[in-house]
Design a protein around this ligand. Structure first.
Ligand code: NDP
Length: 247
């Protein structure tokens, strides 16, 4: 664990599978961390404890990313607690599946609210508060390239995320801030594993030529690179970290 905690990062959804590992990785890279969560304070506090026990600095902040007042408070509390916002990783997301033919607008609205509206609100605050030299990363998904049945709302929301990333990169011209998306393939977290049979998991595992599921660490490695000193020339890109699942 590096000790110079001069820079800070907000990781949304850091109570979840990928976000938890990203928060811990950025902490070990030397960032003070806001561990954001929505409904699982216990999981967020466990991440905070792990970081603080390892000599880092972290605080937990609750927010619904679909609510603008909550997202404003997330950034205010980070500035109050940690002094600056240098890196924002918008990782919070949900993936309920439903065929388009069913017309389940409740699922559609829920997915779009969390994944797309949530990203819009987090990127808006990031654009206002991230310091010069900072990095903004949003989570998309490699499933965009697959168009699997039942993924309509989810794919629509993540396509929107990729659009926002490219526009924001242009809007931040002159600020020395990069904006990128990371688009994982299947990663073994609750979001992906929930409701899948052994056969389905075996099928997904074989969809990439490396023949394994992604692990949160695979994604944290990429985000650490983008957030770190060597990632500074990568801007307005979608990095598909998926073992060859899709391009
Ligand atoms: P998890 O289900 O493990 O974690 C999701 C996180 O999002 C949790 O921390 C949860 O908070 C938070 N969250 C959910 N709804 C809201 C909300 N309304 N407001 C704020 N936070 C919310 O998912 P993963 O770690 O697997 O996914 C992380 C990101 O990676 C997502 O954006 C997902 O779409 C993307 N992704 C994942 C892939 C995979 O295969 N796992 C593949 C491609 C992309 P809490 O638990 O506290 O309620």
């Amino acid at each position: 664990m590096k000790t110079s905690l001069t820079k800070s990062a907000i990781v949304t959804g850091a109570s979840g599978g990928i976000g938890r590992v990203v928060a811990k990785r950025l902490a070990s890279d030397g960032f003070a961390i806001t561990v954001h969560y929505a409904g699982n304070p216990g999981k967020a506090e466990a991440v905070v404890a792990e970081i603080n026990n390892a000599g880092g600095k972290a605080v937990a902040v609750q927010a619904d990313v679909a609510k603008s007042a909550d997202v404003e408070r997330l950034f205010e509390e980070t500035l109050k607690n940690l002094g600056s916002v240098d890196v924002v990783v918008n990782n919070a997301g949900i993936m309920p599946l439903s065929p388009i033919s069913k017309g389940d607008v409740e699922v559609f609205d829920r997915v779009v609210n969390t994944n797309l509206r949530g990203t819009f609100l987090v990127l808006a605050q990031a654009a206002q508060h991230v310091a010069s030299g900072g990095r903004i990363v949003a989570l998309s998904s490699s499933v965009l390239a697959k168009s699997f049945p039942t993924y309509g709302a989810y794919i629509a929301s993540k396509a929107g995320v990729e659009g926002l990333v490219h526009v924001l990169a242009n809007e931040l011209r002159g600020r020395n801030i990069t904006v990128n998306a990371v688009a994982p393939g299947p990663v073994a977290t609750e979001l992906f594993l929930r409701g899948k049979s052994e056969e389905q998991l075996a099928e997904f595992t074989k969809m990439n030529p490396l023949e394994r599921l992604g692990q949160p660490e695979d994604i944290a490695n990429v985000i650490s690179f983008l957030a770190g000193p060597e990632g500074g020339w990568v801007n307005s890109q979608v990095i598909r970290a998926n073992g060859g699942f899709a391009y």
